[in-house]
Design a protein around this ligand. Structure first.
Ligand code: NAD
Length: 488
């Protein structure tokens, strides 16, 4: 099955305490071949049969919940999120089990407006093998977020979890094995970049969640293999705090979004722009709340901030802070990565930052809140849009109208008003990723399923087919171009 094993580090201890097999190209091709054998029967189950199987998988995940929890908490150092991830994927299965049969039964037939004698109907053709490559920050949820709608659409799934957090693959495979309809319909291939490359070679469509540099490679390889790639990449989400905003609510939401999951979420707020007239009061409240946040170390059942999951992450976050301070930024709280086995960082508030600093331009992926003042709304919008990314963002204002008027000018796929990172709660609303934050159809909302189905139009001629006479050049002598133009 594999040539090598990859060592996996426990982020709480900093020790390697697990190894995961790296599937080689041959093993990935064999898994894809199994999917191609079994996917037609899965598709033939129809939406309602697939919905039942998804509910059975949800139940099986429930039965294996303890083992999945242990795997996730060992890989991420988080306990609460390990529970949340497990219940979120089960909710997601319930959502698509209900939604997909309705969505796929919607009438899809009619008469052409351009050629009224032509009756049309659509057949929806799922991709046989959807390849999914997922990152380390939310391992189970991001492993399954595209897999569930793709399964509901009738596709087979070839899933490669991140080699940084692969432990859930074992208990998840056991849960999948308890649903007979899914035999040969979901294949999990563990490994690193080479396994990911082999996956792309064997997939009919690729869903990738991860960093921009890897996303570029995936897009190039998918293009040369001639398959679509749906990319969900990094972010540098801005928040704008207008003078009319409720500062208590704004600081609560910004702190939660920026430091929750240790800032290791694509939709974490990473840049904060505050109107100069409320800056002092805003900082007072933010820093007071940030100082009250505790590491969940040494007791994993206390505190709010876990360790950095990916070992090099601590050094990257520290480098962003140090570079900013060297260039003139001030630290109001936090600011120092701590080593307690793994690496940890307390919520960090910085002022005196500029857009020349990496901390305002590159994805930091840590619990860091760099705050910059603005004097006009136009300036705030320009600062928010001065970024290579366009994932999401937030606007805080006294009224819905004022907030939405600003939100609609911010570049990004989802802008929360008077809250932050709402896309992590609202999965039923379509949104795209802008700029370097992604490419391809929305993973959220109905589009999240429909993008896995190609449309085959069956076009029935109810009248008399045209003869070659309509191509006769003598028609070009007619009254004017286009009057009797042939079909094209
Ligand atoms: P990464 O790009 O390093 O790795 C992601 C996956 O790609 C891993 O499974 C890895 O093994 C695989 N991979 C690496 N090289 C490959 C190659 N050449 N071909 C195919 N696969 C390859 O990302 P990461 O560090 O695991 O995740 C963090 C990143 O993910 C952050 O940038 C974060 O913003 C982003 N992210 C985005 C979203 C979103 O929805 N937009 C959600 C979560 C995370």
């Amino acid at each position: 099955m594999s040539n090598t094993d990859i060592p996996v580090t426990n982020p709480r201890t900093g020790e390697v305490d697990y190894h995961v097999p790296a599937f080689d190209a041959g093993a990935v091709a064999a898994a894809a071949a199994r999917l191609r054998t079994h996917q037609p029967a899965w598709e033939a189950l129809r939406p309602s049969g697939r919905a039942q199987a998804l509910m059975a998988l949800s139940d099986a995940i429930g039965r294996h919940g303890d083992a999945i929890f242990t795997a996730l908490s060992e890989d991420t150092g988080r306990r609460l999120m390990a529970r949340v991830e497990t219940s979120a994927v089960r909710d997601w299965m319930g959502y698509w089990a209900q939604r997909a049969p309705r969505l796929l039964s919607e009438d899809s037939a009619g008469t052409s407006r351009m050629a009224p004698s032509v009756r049309w109907s659509h057949r929806l053709i799922p991709y046989s093998v959807v390849g999914i490559i997922s990152p380390w920050n939310v391992p189970l949820l991001l492993g399954l977020i595209d897999a569930v709608p793709a399964l509901a659409a009738g596709c087979g799934i070839l899933l490669k979890p991140s080699e940084v957090t692969p432990r859930f693959a074992e208990p998840l495979s056991q849960a999948i094995a308890e649903v007979p309809e899914l035999a040969g319909v979901v294949e999990i291939v563990t490994g690193g970049p080479e396994t990911g490359q082999a996956l792309i070679e064997n997939a009919d469509a690729v869903c990738f969640t991860g960093s921009v540099p890897t996303g570029r490679k995936v897009a190039v390889q998918a293009a040369s293999h001639f398959v679509p790639a749906f990319l969900e990449l990094g972010g540098k989400d801005p928040a704008i705090v207008l003078p009319s905003a409720d500062l208590d609510q704004a600081t609560d939401a910004i702190l939660r979004s920026a430091v929750g999951m240790t800032g290791q979420a694509c939709q974490s707020l990473e840049r904060i722009y505050v109107h100069e007239s409320v800056m002092e009061r805003f900082l007072e409240r933010l820093v007071e709340k940030a100082r009250a946040v505790e590491l969940n170390w040494p007791d994993p059942e206390r505190g709010q901030i876990g360790p950095f999951i990916f070992p090099p992450q601590g050094a990257k976050v520290q480098a962003h802070i140090d570079q900013a301070v060297k260039a003139g930024a001030q630290i109001l709280c936090g600011g120092q990565v701590e080593e307690h086995g793994g690496s940890w960082c307390r919520p960090t508030v910085l002022t005196g930052v500029t857009h020349e600093m990496a901390i305002m331009r590159e994805e930091t992926f840590g619990p860091i809140m760099p705050v910059m003042p603005f004097s006009t709304t136009e300036e705030a919008i320009a600062l928010a849009n001065d970024s290579d990314f366009g994932l999401s963002g937030a606007v805080f204002a006294g009224t819905r109208e004022e907030g939405e008027a600003v939100a609609e000018q911010v570049t990004g796929g989802a802008i929360s008003v008077n809250d932050a990172s709402l896309t992590s709660q609202v999965h039923d609303v379509a949104k795209n990723s802008f700029c370097l934050s992604g490419m391809g159809g929305s993973r959220m909302g109905d589009d999240g399923l429909m993008r896995f189905l190609r449309k085959r139009a069956i076009l029935y001629q109810s009248g008399t087919p045209s003869s070659l006479a309509i191509m006769d050049e003598s028609l070009s002598r007619g009254s004017g171009p286009g009057d009797d133009a042939p079909d094209h």
